[in-house]
Design a protein around this ligand. Structure first.
Ligand code: UD1
Length: 448
């Protein structure tokens, strides 16, 4: 039976104090709303509707890029969660299946949890709600349970003193048969403390029609929602601790886990060792047996088996580091492929380049890839040796087994096996150095 996803993302998020719509703030390098879309993709949802409002254009742009098949609808006035879901009515008018409502600012609801809710509905529940035991339930809607399951949800502002004692709370995630959900929403009124159309009225309305409602529970952390910068930081902390645990469980050594930062899509192979203070920005894949030394930053790059990166290395988008290659301290690599066993061990910039296997790139080598307007390519053949402090002015090709003398500024191609030296000739004057220094010292001693 098919599953549709309605993601509520219309809220202003004024506590964020930001020009950016709340759901576009990022956790693990991915916007909150994209986390929800990712969950939808994991569930193989056949329809996704995102309800936008404040900052709708920007949210719509992000959603269309991440999930082109999603429908974007606008909730012009934010009249409550039921009113928000109602904006998806036309988009789901012909949907034969179940609908899950997610909040765009709650990025951690797992696909497994939603599947469990879906199962409850397939098993006959008219509405299934995701609940959690709240450490501090104050503002949350309370789940009122009875002998036959969930009887109602009461919002904190509308609750009696006794109801406020309940710690089982509403996460906001809800599942129901699509057609039934919209039928029930049509009956929701706004006669409550906030004067809003509450989605939380659905279980009570379903029960009044003789339906049975169910609760699936999860940890409070999974329901974590972001509504301030403090909430955003808490979400990041939760994301990072989950990602660190997952990496270690998959066979990665993190020498000091709390100092390693992951992105939503970081992929590390088995027996990778990560030293302290390493940052994985989005788009990184690292094969097995790689050692990433301290203070390295990797982004949108690929590192093959057995390579050693860092300390203090920066791999930028498009870096592809071959098997057993070495990228040492203060080396920056961007949009460049490095062959098996190639070494760039110290203080270098390799940009827009293609380097064959077993090449040695000396300390201080720079590929001069940018003429101020265009980017140009540097090609270096297998086993080439580039002497320290060389500038390779692209576009340029250095052949296989070629040698470049240190301190060279290379502006013309170098053939296979050739030597290129492009620097001023050395002049040596016997005894001149000492004579000159003595002269200066004598001058100082005479007080001149
Ligand atoms: C809601 C639930 C409450 C639950 C809590 C969990 C209702 C009435 N209450 O309360 O039971 O414990 O979430 O966090 O559902 N939104 C829209 N359009 C609107 C209103 C809300 O898109 O018109 C979106 C918001 O952007 C937000 C989400 O829906 O992402 C929740 O809305 P909010 O008004 O914050 O609900 P709560 O008061 O937190």
């Amino acid at each position: 039976m098919s599953l549709a996803l309605v993601i509520l993302a219309a809220g202003k998020g004024s506590r964020m104090k930001s020009a950016l719509p709340k759901v576009l703030h990022q956790v693990g390098g991915l916007s909150l709303v994209e986390h929800c879309l990712k969950t939808g993709a994991a569930l193989d949802a056949d329809r996704t509707v995102v309800v936008t409002g404040h900052g709708g254009e920007a949210v719509g742009e992000t959603v269309s890029k991440a999930a082109p098949e999603a429908t974007i609808v606008t909730q012009t006035d934010q009249l409550g969660t039921a009113h928000a879901v109602d904006q998806a009515r036309a988009a789901l008018a012909d949907h034969e299946g179940y609908t899950i409502v997610l909040y765009g600012d709650s990025p951690f609801i797992r696909a497994e949890t939603i599947t469990a809710m879906h199962q409850q509905c397939l098993g006959g529940a008219a509405v299934c709600v995701l609940g959690f035991e709240a450490a501090s339930p104050s503002k949350y809607g309370r789940l009122i349970l009875g002998p036959s399951g969930l009887e109602a949800i009461v919002e904190a502002k509308d609750a009696t003193k006794d109801q406020l004692e309940i710690t089982l709370c509403n996460s906001g995630v809800m599942c129901a048969k699509t057609r039934d959900m919209f039928d029930l929403i049509a009956q929701v009124d706004n006669a409550n403390a906030k004067g809003e159309y509450y989605l939380t009225d659905l279980p009570g309305l379903a029960r009044a029609k003789g339906g049975r409602c169910a609760v699936v529970t999860c940890d409070e952390a999974e329901t974590l929602g972001v509504d301030s910068r403090i909430g955003l930081a808490k979400a990041e902390t939760y994301f990072q601790s989950t990602a660190r645990m997952a990496a270690m469980e998959a066979g990665v050594t993190l020498r000091d886990p709390d100092t390693v930062y992951f992105s939503h899509d970081t992929r590390l192979g088995q027996d990778v060792i990560v030293d302290p203070f390493v940052q994985f920005l989005p788009g990184v894949t690292v094969a097995s047996d790689v050692h990433i030394k301290a203070h390295s930053v990797l982004e949108a790059c690929r590192v093959e088996r057995g390579a050693v990166i860092g300390p203090y290395a920066r791999l930028r988008p498009g870096a592809a580091i071959g098997e057993n290659a070495r990228i040492g301290n203060f080396v920056e690599v961007k949009n460049a492929q490095l062959g098996t066993g190639t070494k760039v061990n110290h203080l270098a910039y390799i940009g827009d380049a293609e380097i064959g296997e077993s090449a040695n790139i000396g300390a201080g080598t720079i590929t001069c890839n940018y003429d101020g307007v265009f980017k140009h390519k540097t090609k270096i053949g297998a086993r080439a040796f580039i002497g320290s402090n060389s500038s390779l002015v692209a576009p340029i090709t250095i052949g296989e087994d070629a040698l470049v003398g240190s301190g060279s500024v290379v502006t013309k191609d170098v053939g296979d096996g050739d030597l290129a030296v492009g620097r001023a000739q050395q002049v040596t004057k016997p005894g001149w150095g000492k004579r000159f220094m003595d002269k200066l010292r004598n001058k100082k001693a005479e007080g001149k």
